[in-house]
Design a protein around this ligand. Structure first.
Ligand SMILES: Cc1ncc(COP(=O)(O)O)c(C=O)c1O
Length: 417
């Protein structure tokens, strides 16, 4: 059958002039349209959410209906908190469920009464900054290390000394395993507060910081994260901080005591609906994590020996919301995104732009490293449910897009005389 002129949902405008007589229009009368190349179908979107099937979590939710309890640290949230604390918290840690990763970052600052400037890296997702403003404090940017993309302890010390700040948020970039003990000791020695933004890192073995009254870890349970409920988050905190954190997440009120108001707070509690999803997500999580890590190991093997690229090569060091790879320059990163898209794979520049492009945020100085990283970092999809065929195709697309992006630009057709 010959194609019919018109709009095809997959392909956009097909060549209508060729088929003009079939549609009853004389070719000469048909308005000229620029030929738009057919957009490529995205076979591999950046994220395939790992939200458990309905059948897995609606039976858990029935408990909330029976008790008519849908939020306010209800039994499902408490059960999820206990499970996550036992699995990933240290001996002194409690886990507190929150309505988002952003609320999980803000609550420790509110609970500890932090005011004034709070140091944060310029290379992060904007939520890190939003959380500081949500807590009523003032974000103060510092640059990151070119070696590991993190805010190092010397820069943090300099930033604290310069500003008089007593609190900081540091980032585990892309949820990659990090060691923030030196930063935690520094902040604790000044009686301050350190929050580790490990938004994408829930599930990675080894905590970035030992919780203490001064050190907290916040993770996101957003639909894009490997441990996903839709919207949600968790805080790992020292047990001595639990009551103040719950107040901070409950308008300053002690949960269950509606007139016991001390300080102020936000509404940052996880609903029982999301907690039910979380309890279902915990089942089979380690198998899904292992499948993500196995796909990353194949990406890593595919880039081994290629000059000019930087990536974390330890597949066990991440839960892998996606796989970040640093291209040699901005033009190469742009080419990589285009080449991958042409082969049906969605990739994304992340964390771009660097927060230092914001004009109204104070900073220690210029942030050239964060800006350079943001201009070159590309993220590639990682799924927990890729079939063997899909995984092979994803690695092949990744390799081909890299090869095309790194190929030296063609020099045109002019022949030397
Ligand atoms: C580094 C970082 N911090 C914080 C957040 C905020 O998490 P949420 O979306 O759950 O509020 C995100 C979200 O992607 C993030 O990437």
């Amino acid at each position: 059958m010959s194609p019919v002129a018109g709009f095809d949902e997959q392909c956009g405008w097909i060549d209508i002039l060729e088929n003009a007589s079939a549609t009853g229009f004389a070719a000469g009368n048909w308005p000229l349209r620029p030929h738009t190349p057919a957009p490529t179908v995205t076979r591999f979107p950046l994220i395939r959410p790992d939200i458990p099937p309905l059948a897995d979590w609606t039976p858990i939710l029935e408990e909330a209906y029976r008790e008519r309890r849908f939020t306010n640290f209800g039994p499902l949230s408490r059960r999820l908190e206990q499970l996550l604390a036992e699995t990933w918290g240290g001996p002194q840690a409690v886990c507190i469920a929150t309505s988002s990763g952003t609320a999980a970052l803000a609550a420790p600052l509110i609970a500890r009464g932090v005011s004034g400037r709070v140091i944060l890296p310029a290379f992060t997702f904007p939520a890190t900054l939003s959380a500081i403003r949500m807590a009523g404090a003032e974000p103060f940017l510092a640059d990151v290390s070119p070696h590991d993309w993190r805010l190092d302890v010397d820069t943090l010390r300099h930033a604290l000394d310069t500003t008089g700040a007593r609190a900081a948020i540091v980032l585990c970039p892309f949820g990659l395993r990090s060691d923030f003990e030196p930063q935690a000791r520094l902040v604790a020695s000044r009686g301050g507060t350190l929050v580790v933004d490990n938004a994408a890192g829930l599930g990675v073995a080894g905590r970035p910081v030992e919780v203490s009254p001064h050190a907290f870890e916040a993770c996101s349970l957003h639909a894009t994260k490997p441990f996903a409920v839709g919207e949600g988050g968790v805080i790992f905190a020292h047990r001595s901080q639990e009551d103040d954190l719950r107040r901070a997440l409950n308008f300053g009120l002690k949960p269950g005591s509606p007139t016991d108001l001390r300080g102020w707070g936000i509404n940052g509690k996880l609903s029982e609906l999301h907690a039910a999803v979380g309890l279902a997500a915990a089942c089979g999580f380690s198998e899904r994590l292992a499948r993500r890590q196995a796909l990353v190991a194949r990406y890593v093997a595919a880039v081994k020996g290629r000059e000019g690229l930087a990536a974390c090569t330890d597949a066990a060091a991440g839960a892998w919301q996606f796989f970040p790879i640093l291209l040699p320059d901005t033009a190469g990163a742009e080419r990589f995104v285009t080449e991958a898209a042409a082969r049906g794979m969605e990739t994304r520049r992340y964390y771009a732009p660097a927060l230092s492009i914001l004009p109204d945020v104070e900073r220690l100085g210029p942030c050239p490293v964060a800006e350079d990283l943001a201009a070159r970092m590309c993220c590639v999809p990682v799924y927990s449910d890729a079939t063997e065929t899909e995984a092979g195709e994803m690695v092949a697309v990744f390799q081909a897009a890299l090869a095309a992006a790194l190929a030296p630009p063609s020099r045109g057709t002019t022949r030397p005389s």
